[in-house]
Design a protein around this ligand. Structure first.
Ligand SMILES: Nc1ncnc2c1ncn2[C@@H]1O[C@H](COP(=O)(O)OP(=O)(O)O)[C@@H](O)[C@H]1O
Ligand SMILES: [Mg+2]
Length: 556
């Protein structure tokens, strides 16, 4: 365009005739002065317009790319939050991060750019192909077949790209997990002087990644030279056959020159096409993995119109419940247990016996392998899942607090709680004194790192109180605490447990002596069930042995 206007400028302004005129409707235009005024302006205007279009193109491309990748990420995050504990058991945090965050990014960032280049290059190829056909169809066929041959290897390296990229996701995931663990376990790392071990682990992961990338580079690096060589062969053949055509009078010499020039010009768009196709293979691989994630489905679901659980009226019944995390390794074996409404049942037994597993079945973190659990005679698998979980509160040994303030974390129990309710649970959870010092809007730090263990527990208890579920599960809630904080936390727990159906797991038997009944679970089996006094009367009973062992150690 600019080149074209230069021609006009030269013809009409520099070499122009001042008296030459154009008639434009009723107006007389002096060509030389008109062009002198308009052409420079036109050049600037054209450049500006072109720049504007480029900007719009750039902006829109980015807009579309970001929209696509954001939509994918949001949907994938929803998918992630919908997954069962089982999914989190088997997938590392790093793996989740790279698959749910990087893949959609790679896929959508490259897809737009590649498409753009692909379309431009494709148009270029088609245009030049016409010129070739116009000159000589016989030569054109030879030229195009060879060009086609030059870009076919690209389609074969998809497999290699896929395997390399899958391996990269695994190593990348391991590396992220390494970072997460170094972060979360920084005190253990310092305490055990594990820095060298961590460094070496990271170094070996980096080396592994290097190996994968180089093996890919080795394959992809061949693409260009191969294409180049095949093209050269094509041009040589065309020259040879073209000379024959010229000599036999079927083609003019000019035709051959024009043909070979077009063929050479064709090389660039074909090469771009090749490179873009390579990039697109990568996009396909990432896309494929993203779609795999969309195919994931939580195992634990309820019917869409399942009845909601309306509190607990009578009892909770475990009927012949067996459970295994992995096929063939039973963790719970044929448990039968009925817990009455507002009863407090304690679960004791050897570590690893299956106590936590048993209570994890109540909110359907996992589903029973055999048998069933009934709330008021209704199999919990037939109840609406959200309402089921609304009716059960958990306090664990180490409760997870989310980044935010203490208020945010307590309100997770019930985001619509009134200020009065909040104040009352703070008092009942014995948080009032502590909060007078720091304030309820103090940040808890990542995972609640800026609170002490006892404070974290009481925030978690306040959260559970606000939730006000009829069923309470305490899984070693005071086990990690020293005696002094345990005493305060226990008081808070007593307030939480009042008038609720309670499952309490504790290894300090002092905390469970006042339970209505005690269930002893060993190796996945319910071996004893009764009140403290009843179990103490079983000669050589498990509970009695446990109790005496702790008593003799002076653990009371
Ligand atoms: N998420 C899990 N995946 C696989 N096995 C598990 C999982 N959680 C616990 N287990 C296994 O199940 C058994 C019971 O564990 P658990 O219920 O935590 O025992 P307890 O709470 O009585 O100490 C143990 O052998 C443990 O290794
Ligand atoms: Mg446990």
């Amino acid at each position: 365009m600019v080149a074209l206007s230069l021609r006009f400028y030269t013809d009409y302004v520099i070499n122009g005739d001042p008296s030459q005129i154009w008639n434009f409707y009723d107006h007389t235009i002096y060509v030389q002065s008109f062009c002198a005024a308009v052409i420079p302006f036109g050049i600037v205007a054209f450049a500006a317009f072109q720049g504007f279009l480029k900007y719009v193109n750039f902006y829109l491309t980015n807009w579309v790319g970001n929209k696509i990748s954001n939509a994918l990420k949001v949907d994938l995050f929803k998918k992630l939050t919908s997954m069962d504990p089982q999914f989190y058991d088997v997938n590392s945090s790093g793996m989740v991060l790279s698959r749910f965050l990087s893949d959609p990014e790679t896929a959508s960032r490259n897809v737009i750019n590649s498409l753009e280049t692909l379309i431009t290059a494709f148009c270029g190829v088609i245009g030049l192909a016409f010129v070739l056909l116009f000159n000589s169809w016989k030569l054109a066929v030879i030229g195009l077949v060879i060009m086609g041959a030059a870009i076919t290897p690209v389609t074969f390296i998809r497999k290699k790209i896929k395997s390399a990229s899958n391996e990269n996701i695994v190593v990348g995931g391991d590396m992220t997990t390494n970072f997460n663990e170094t972060f979360g376990g920084n005190k253990i790392m310092s305490a055990y002087n594990l820095q060298d071990a961590r460094n070496n682990m990271f170094q070996s992961q980096i080396n592994q990644q290097f190996g994968i990338n180089m093996s890919l580079a080795k394959r992809v690096g061949w693409m260009s030279p191969i294409m180049y060589t095949v093209c050269a062969v094509g041009i040589a053949l065309v020259l040879k056959y073209g000379t024959h055509l010229v000599l036999s009078g079927q083609l003019s010499a000019g035709g051959l020159i024009s043909f070979v020039t077009s063929l050479l010009l064709l090389y660039k768009p074909v090469k771009t096409l090749g490179n873009t196709l390579t990039q697109i293979q990568g996009v396909f691989v990432s896309m494929g993995r993203v779609f795999e994630l969309f195919d994931l489905a939580p195992v634990i679901t309820a019917q869409p119109n399942a009845p909601k659980m309306q509190g607990l009226q009578n009892n909770i019944e475990f009927q012949n419940v067996s459970f295994e995390y992995e096929k063939g390794t039973p963790v719970l074996k044929n448990i039968n247990l009925t817990v009455q409404k507002n009863e407090m049942i304690a679960l004791v037994g050897n570590s690893g016996g299956g106590k936590s597993t048993l209570v994890n079945l109540l909110p359907r973190f996992y589903d029973v392998t055999q048998g069933k659990i009934e709330f008021d005679g209704e199999d919990i698998r037939n109840l609406d899942l959200v309402s089921l979980r609304e009716n059960i509160s958990f306090v664990f040994q180490d409760n997870f607090l989310f980044t935010g303030t203490i208020r945010d974390n307590i309100l997770m129990g019930n985001k619509n709680a009134a200020d009065d309710d909040l104040a009352s649970v703070i008092k009942m959870a014995h948080l009032d004194e502590f909060l007078e010092d720091v304030g309820i809007d103090a940040p808890v730090g990542e995972r609640g790192a800026s609170l002490s263990g006892g404070q974290r527990q009481r925030v978690a208890i306040a959260r559970a109180m606000l939730k006000d579920a009829p069923i309470i599960v305490l899984d070693e809630a005071t086990s990690a605490l020293d005696n002094k904080s345990e005493a305060v936390v226990q008081k808070a727990l007593d307030n939480l447990m009042a008038d609720k159906t309670v499952f309490v797991i504790a290894h300090r038997l002092s905390t469970i002596k006042n339970a209505d009944r005690i269930a002893v679970i060993n190796e996945g089996e319910l071996v004893e069930l009764g009140t403290h006094d009843e179990l103490m009367n079983i000669p050589d009973g498990s509970y009695k042995n446990l109790y005496n062992m702790q008593f003799s150690k002076g653990n009371f």
